[in-house]
Design a binder for this molecule. Sequence first.
Ligand SMILES: C[S@@+](CC[C@H](N)C(=O)[O-])C[C@H]1O[C@@H](n2cnc3c(N)ncnc32)[C@H](O)[C@@H]1O
Length: 369
Amino acid sequence: MAAPRIPNLNTLRRGRGRGRGGLRGVDDNGTRTTGKDRVVQGTDNDASVSRLSAVELGYLDDPYATALTDPGNATRRLPIINRGTYVRTTAIDQLVAQFLGPYSPDATHKKQIISLGAGSDTRVFRLLASRQPSDLVYHELDFAVNTTAKIHAIRSTPRLQKALGIDSSSQDVTVSEAGDSLHSSSYHIHPLDLRSLSSSTSPEILPSVDTTLPTLLISECCLIYLLPTEAVEVVSFFTERLFPPTTPLGLILYEPIRPDDAFGRTMVSNLATRGIQLQTLHKYATLKAQRTRLHEQGFVSGQAVADIEFLWERWVGEQEKERVSRLEMLDEMEEWQLLARHYCIAWGWRDDAAAFQGWTMLQAQPGDV
Ligand SMILES: C[S@@+](CC[C@H](N)C(=O)[O-])C[C@H]1O[C@@H](n2cnc3c(N)ncnc32)[C@H](O)[C@@H]1O
């Protein structure tokens, strides 16, 4: 389909009361959206509300979160949830920073990030705002209903456009007629059901991905919603079909774990009452299983896994811990530890390419529980 230029990024304002929910029901390019899919698409709202809560309370410095969260949904999360959001975000930020290295406008140092199920994540804005002219190409993939909402927010928010280095007069941006895909020199939004990658052999399914650039795949609580076979096939699409073995390729996963203890069972049944099923949770239930997964999918170098409790203890400096601890009273330390042990970040890369060597300096959790 032809992708006309954005006529004027600023003319489309967000209508009153037209939240993200108002866009539900838009079908993804040719694929049927089921009730289950709608529930999965709606999990993005949970993520963005949690992000906004952590930002408003001072955990995270993120000037873009407000523009990407429906104000009608804004809610203050529990202190343990805010701390969890803080640790998960800053830990992934550290891995991403190590991958990107110091800013370099030199085109020969360009790198690429592909975020699976990016939803209304703000990382792209935070990164591109400080890396112009950009040494980074950032791709986001999600269902069309979520990409449409994000593009709508971008079109109506000059702050987001500025961060991306685009504005109303920019010649560099194209948006599809349906408003669900966006392409610019350093940012691409693809409306796509990831499951369609399982059967795809064509790189055309992801236009503008450069298969020669050192690339980092991120699944921040996304692949967990797919069937185990589908989740494997999605990653295999990138490792076996899209990127040649010569391209440095890394993977970061953020997922819940340990569903079989009392806390884990409660977590699963609470989500089930909302129709949310974490389909790969039992297959990758432990730190060890996550590590094996990385290995089996070809991320054999420097793989490491750490739960959120470990990352809070070891990756957050003492001064920063004090600052964060002062933000809100956390009376139930035990509850925090329980929650934090049930989420992990796993990362690894395909070979020992220089692009990922910084990761070896980041401490991971020894052994497994
Ligand atoms: C819990 S949200 C996380 C959003 C974002 N990664 C973050 O951390 O803020 C999960 C996201 O994955 C997306 N997702 C799940 N399954 C998907 C699929 N099969 N195809 C495309 N996106 C999917 C959902 O639509 C949703 O936006």
